[in-house]
Design a protein around this ligand. Structure first.
Ligand SMILES: [Ca+2]
Ligand SMILES: [Ca+2]
Length: 77
């Protein structure tokens, strides 16, 4: 029982880390000028995020940071 709990916890941790890495890779891929933010132009391949950018741009700097991108990927429905 205890081993099974530990195993599932490890599995969750691994999948969480994989997601975090995946988010960073996707973000870097979209961040063409590598300034650490996604502009409206850089979101051209992400029409859904581009359209709802105001919703995810929580600090209102007109750009999507890695954190905001992560929120988008984990909370979008
Ligand atoms: Ca950029
Ligand atoms: Ca922002």
């Amino acid at each position: 029982m205890k081993i099974a709990t530990l195993a599932s916890f490890t599995l969750i941790t691994i999948s969480f880390n994989t997601l975090a890495l995946d988010v960073k890779q996707r973000f870097d891929h979209l961040d063409k000028d590598k300034n650490g933010y996604l502009s409206v132009e850089e979101l051209a391949s992400q029409p859904h995020l581009q359209k709802h950018m105001a919703k995810w741009d929580t600090d209102n700097d007109q750009q999507i940071s890695l954190l905001e991108f992560k929120h988008y990927l984990t909370n979008k429905s």
